[in-house]
Design a protein around this ligand. Structure first.
Ligand SMILES: [Zn+2]
Length: 418
């Protein structure tokens, strides 16, 4: 990479539009080197969908086991070629001054001791965020969809309201893949829900309360709970699910279709964007074109579509070309495959209708992985822009303007951050 754009991108501050920082993990004082791997995407080298997200929740509450070489080797050696592992090893090596050989049989004990020591210091997460030059963070604290992040995580945080539990809330006992019950969450806000109409009114009140909880967007992660074909609302069928422990598949789907449609309508009224997970998850139902009808039904709702809808990034770019209410959050895609990310970013720059459409996040639990993710993003965005300059597509000043937009300005505008 030429020094010019490299230096420029490395000096850019980042507004990080997606993390999973939450007090249970980010503020834990009981973190060692093994835990950084177990609570990272490196652990996804072992998962089988759709059970994985449940495993994620229980893995967060699991006790810390001592780090051993035998426990680290499956990540570092058996899955050593995987991009999630490469990313995390690179970030840890950088932050803990490990050197070019990364984490080895010879140095792992010293690295482990440093990780444990650093995590005893309450200022460590802020220090790491500062070293990554991240000025604002939008977090999705999925263990508590009602969390106001500022009192616990600090002033640089805003949150999203994850809608999964509410979209599946046909019964007080029904829960989403994270174990959250919509009825319990509404109860915490003092809302008593007896009828379907009470429930719809409560959802209106829930969205109206977002600003008071520093929640600046809604988050649709239903790709982990169901397919993404959100049909036209069928209120009569949706009502049939109400109060049922085990509604028929048709009524269950109609209920969540109806509630998702209501959230999209309320998001437009409140001018809150809707972050939406696309690709992977329950992969048979997560193709981006499945949500095209929802996007078309809600032209005033701003959709922030995530992860380059991997592996269907070209289909997603086609949608972003056609729909003017679509923006793209590149988070996670560059952790999954840096080389596919570069290919897709080259195309995105060419296809998207204007420079406002791209933003990025890390999508991580621990700040070490966030640091690694954001540094990787800088590197890859810099490489793509450098290649665009070298091929004569545009000049350095165009590349610099676009870099600032992707790393920072687009998110600030999109979320109306003050
Ligand atoms: Zn995420």
């Amino acid at each position: 990479m030429s020094d010019g754009i490299n230096q420029f991108v490395n000096a850019c501050e980042v507004v990080d539009v997606h993390e999973h920082h939450m007090p249970e993990v980010a503020l834990s004082r009981d973190v060692n080197l093994l835990k950084l791997f177990q609570q990272s995407y490196a652990a996804w080298t072992n998962y089988v969908l759709p059970s994985e997200p449940k495993a994620t929740s229980s893995m967060i509450s699991a006790a810390t086991e001592p780090t051993t070489w035998e426990a680290l080797a499956p990540f570092l050696e058996k899955s050593g070629s995987n991009a999630f592992v490469r990313n995390l090893v690179g970030g840890i090596a950088d932050l803990y001054g490990v050197g070019d050989n990364g984490i080895t049989r010879e140095n792992w004990e010293a690295v482990d001791a440093s990780v444990r020591l650093r995590h005893k210091d309450p200022k460590w997460p802020i220090e790491v965020i500062g070293r990554a030059a991240i000025k604002r963070i939008v977090t999705d604290p999925f263990l508590d969809p009602l969390l106001d992040p500022r009192p616990v995580l600090g002033e640089r945080y805003d949150a999203v309201l994850r809608i999964n539990a509410f979209a599946l809330g046909w019964h007080a006992e029904s829960r989403d893949h994270n174990g959250n019950s919509g009825h319990t969450l509404l109860g915490r806000l003092g809302m008593e829900v007896k009828t379907f109409d009470d429930y719809c009114a409560a959802i209106r009140e829930l969205v109206a309360g977002c600003a008071g909880r520093n929640q600046i967007a809604l988050k649709n992660a239903l790709a982990y709970d169901r397919d993404l074909s959100f049909d036209e609302p069928n209120e009569e069928l949706a009502r049939q699910a109400w109060g049922q422990m085990s509604p028929s598949p048709g009524a269950r789907k109609a209920f969540s279709d109806f509630v998702v449609d209501l959230f999209c309508q309320l998001a437009a009224e409140a001018d809150l964007p809707v972050q939406t997970h696309l690709g992977t998850a329950i992969i048979s139902g997560s193709h981006p074109l499945r949500i095209a009808p929802l996007i078309e039904r809600h032209p005033r709702t701003r959709f922030l579509l995530m992860h380059l809808a991997y592996p269907w990034s070209r289909d997603l770019l086609g949608m972003a070309f056609v729909y003017r209410n679509v923006w793209l959050d590149l988070c996670w895609s560059f952790l999954l495959s840096p080389s596919h990310f570069k290919l897709a970013l080259h195309e995105a720059i060419e296809v998207l209708p204007d420079e406002s459409r791209l933003m990025l996040g890390g999508d991580c639990l621990h700040v070490e992985e966030t640091f690694a993710a954001i540094q990787s993003a800088r590197q890859l965005v810099g490489e793509v822009l450098d290649e665009k300059i070298a091929s004569g597509y545009f000049r350095s000043r165009n590349a610099e303007r676009l870099a600032v937009r992707i790393l920072c300005e687009n998110a600030t505008e999109f979320f109306a951050m003050s």
